[in-house]
Design a protein around this ligand. Structure first.
Ligand code: NAP
Ligand code: MG
Length: 403
């Protein structure tokens, strides 16, 4: 079979543990036999991050700004236990956080749907994409454990040193807790832009929700900035695409989402997105079926699976056991990156390959061949296979689709 050519490279970020093992298997079985893969390879495996004092992560993020398309394997975010396990020089920060900060990006998570797997909410026949604003709020808050009686105030001093605002938050009559958090117009604006662009790309409605009835300054500003970005930059294009922008209160959005059939992009504030993305992925079936893409305001795309490195399976794999880790979200990260590369380069063969690769995956599950995590959701009449056997089955389908 003649290999499909690529005009420009994809930034390839390798990772850790079970997903690193799957990464190689996916390339060997499903990509290299069909595509003349052109990637710029960065090894984000924890050992190599440690050897390079984490420079490799920064280089990979910068390369993504140059080539505009990246695909990333799941990576370990080190904690104290990992520092010991890998004898690390220090507790390096999360690669995802580093990449997100470099690209100033927004993460969109979309479930991979197949008719075999019934969502816990039966009405959800189309995917809901959660967009999470990954800056500020409670994640960058200053907190204080109030020891006893006293007064807490909110004070703002401008750049010239003049105090322009002071208000009592609370006069404590005893111990309590206190928190101060912030956000920035520029970050909210980038987020709004990224969400509008992504809704256009998918051709789906955009929802945005906050609690502006209660938070009359903080959340209200989020609402205003979104509305302004939408009206001044996107309203015409939304009309042409036949999609709409819809703002509602977070509690109303939750109620409407549950009653909906899906098929929209839901922009969430940082904390709401954290909670809702776990709720949505579980309701659609499995974390192993959640794809994820980081989109920067200037149009760079980094594709990955939403799940982690599946440590528990990896330890079993190291003992020589055959594992049944689900490769779907990692395959869809590759297909997403290849399709985007094809779109940017004007190489429709590459886009068609990405479509067929996804089709082959869905057809395989449609035939009842699946990994253990999905088999328990589907009940009888399915064949539980190892990761390797799953990839072999997908390859057979793919070969037939490409013939
Ligand atoms: P995880 O790797 O997502 O796995 C948690 C559990 O979910 C697994 O033990 C497994 O359950 C199930 N699971 C997840 N993905 C699966 C798949 N593809 N196929 C089958 N089952 C799957 O989360 P974790 O164990 O909390 O984290 C492990 C490491 O990943 C950590 O070091 C963390 O820092 C890192 N992490 C990285 C990213 C990222 O790079 N984007 C994201 C999250 C976590 P069973 O064991 O019950 O089968
Ligand atoms: Mg969460």
């Amino acid at each position: 079979m003649k290999l499909i050519e690529m005009k420009n490279p994809i930034v390839e970020m390798d990772g850790d543990e079970m997903t690193r093992v799957m990464w190689q298997m996916i390339k060997d079985e499903l990509l290299s036999p069909f595509v003349s893969l052109c990637t710029e390879y960065y090894d984000l495996g924890l050992q190599h991050r440690d050897e390079t004092d984490d420079r490799v992560t920064v280089e990979a993020a910068r390369a993504t700004k140059v080539h505009r398309v990246a695909v990333k394997c799941a990576t370990i975010t080190p904690n104290a236990q990992r520092v010991e396990e890998y004898s690390l020089k220090k507790m390096w920060s999360s690669p995802n956080a580093t990449i997100r900060a470099t690209l100033d990006g927004t993460v969109f998570r979309t479930p991979i749907l197949t008719p075999r797997i019934r969502p816990y909410i039966p009405g959800w026949t189309r995917p809901i994409t959660i967009a999470r604003h990954a800056y500020g709020d409670v994640y960058k808050a200053v907190e204080y454990r109030v020891p006893g009686k006293g007064k807490a105030e909110l004070v703002f001093t401008d750049e010239h040193g003049t105090e322009t605002f002071r208000r009592t938050v609370y006069e404590y009559e005893g111990p309590g807790v206190l928190q101060g958090m912030h956000n920035k117009d520029s970050s909210i604006r980038s987020f709004a832009r990224a969400c509008c662009n992504y809704a256009l790309l998918l051709g789906q409605d955009l929802w945005f929700s906050t609690k502006d009835t209660i938070s009359k300054q903080y959340d209200q500003i989020f609402k205003f900035i979104f509305q302004e970005v939408y009206e001044t930059e996107f309203a015409d294009r939304f009309r042409q695409a036949g999609i709409s922008y819809f703002y509602t209160l977070i509690d109303d959005a939750v109620a409407r989402a549950v009653r909906s059939e899906g098929g929209f992009v839901w922009a969430c504030k940082n904390y709401d997105g954290d909670v809702m993305s776990d709720m949505v992925s579980t309701a659609y079936g499995s974390l192993a079926m959640m794809s994820s893409v980081l989109v920067s305001p200037d149009g760079c795309y980094e594709y990955e699976a939403a799940h982690g490195t599946i440590t528990r399976h990896y330890y079993r794999y190291l003992k020589g056991e055959r594992t049944s880790s689900n490769p779907m979200a990692t395959i869809f990260a590759w297909s997403g990156a290849l399709r985007k590369r094809g779109q940017l380069d004007g190489t429709p063969e590459l886009c068609a390959f990405a479509d067929k690769l996804e089709q082959a995956c869905l057809d395989t599950i449609g035939d009842g061949i699946m990994t253990g995590d999905l088999a328990i959701l589907c009940g009888d009449d399915v064949r539980t296979v190892t990761t390797a056997d799953m990839l072999t089955a997908i390859r057979a389908k793919l070969t037939a689709l490409l013939a």
